[in-house]
Write a protein that binds this ligand. Structure first.
Ligand code: HEC
Ligand code: HEC
Length: 199
């Protein structure tokens, strides 16, 4: 069975024998919060904010880490220890974490850079897939309010092919975009508040 078929099965199959949700809240606190923050927002700039991520996006990424398709020393080591039920349990829990806005920045966003970022996001259809507020949904991640450094590295990784996605969507979206423009997109998304209702 191909990796992607295995993921489809994992997402579709019932939570047979999985632990109740409450225990994943505790396990998240024990195993994940040191890096990702108790509420899913850490201030470590290369550790992604999980608060507000859709559970389907989370399970896809945990699967990619576990199968060695997405690679990161810290996160791969964690993912290798997770069972199928854990993938479901942790991603269901992540799906319950409400978005947490970024703390106010020391300096206000540069309006010219923000305008350029919005125009690029429109031009390259980032808004089309990630939503007008960049809040994501289903298998598409929230990128509003994500750490700028993490976004920058991720976008460069998709472009360079060092971060293969679950599908080709992101590689195709960024392969023709100059790196300087990717950095402006990271700047813009990190400072976007998410949609008006905070969802
Ligand atoms: C030692 C630190 C560390 C621990 C512990 C850790 N993570 Fe991570 N996690 C990371 C880093 C760093 C990344 C980003 C990796 C990269 O840049 O590719 C990440 C990425 C992720 C992602 C992908 C997020 C995205 O936006 O793509 C998910 C989901 C995730 N972690 C869930 C978990 C869960 C669930 C646990 C606990 C079982 C956990 N992590 C424990 C450091 C950690
Ligand atoms: C065709 C739909 C589509 C388009 C267009 C698109 N994205 Fe994505 N994006 C996705 C999907 C799906 C993922 C999940 C990647 C995977 O398959 O693992 C993703 C992942 C990402 C991530 C990783 C987030 C994380 O937490 O690790 C970033 C950053 C991102 N997209 C930014 C952008 C930007 C900026 C643009 C515009 C240049 C864009 N995307 C255009 C669908 C899209």
């Amino acid at each position: 069975m191909s990796g992607l078929a295995a993921l489809a099965l994992l997402v579709a199959s019932p939570h047979a024998g999985s632990q109740p949700k409450a225990s994943y809240a505790q396990r998240f606190a024990d195993l994940c919060a040191a890096c990702h923050g108790a509420n899913g927002r850490t201030d470590q700039s290369l550790t992604p904010v999980l608060a507000g991520q859709p559970s389907l996006y989370a399970i896809t990424q945990l699967f990619l880490f576990r199968e060695g398709r997405r690679s990161n020393e810290a996160m791969t080591a964690v993912a290798k220890t997770l069972t199928d039920d854990d993938l479901r349990g942790f991603s269901d829990f992540i799906g319950t974490l409400p978005p947490v806005p970024a703390p106010p920045a020391a300096t206000p966003p540069d309006p010219v850079r923000m305008m350029k970022g919005r125009a690029l996001a429109e031009q390259h259809k980032c808004l089309f897939c990630h939503g007008a507020g960049l809040a994501g949904g289903q298998q598409v991640p929230r990128i509003a309010g994500q750490h700028e450094e993490y976004l920058r590295d991720s976008l460069r990784g998709f472009r360079a092919g060092t971060r293969p996605g679950y599908t080709q969507a992101m590689t195709a979206a960024v392969s023709q975009i100059p790196v300087e423009d990717l950095d402006i997109l990271a700047y813009f998304a990190a400072r976007s508040p998410g949609s008006a209702d905070g969802k």
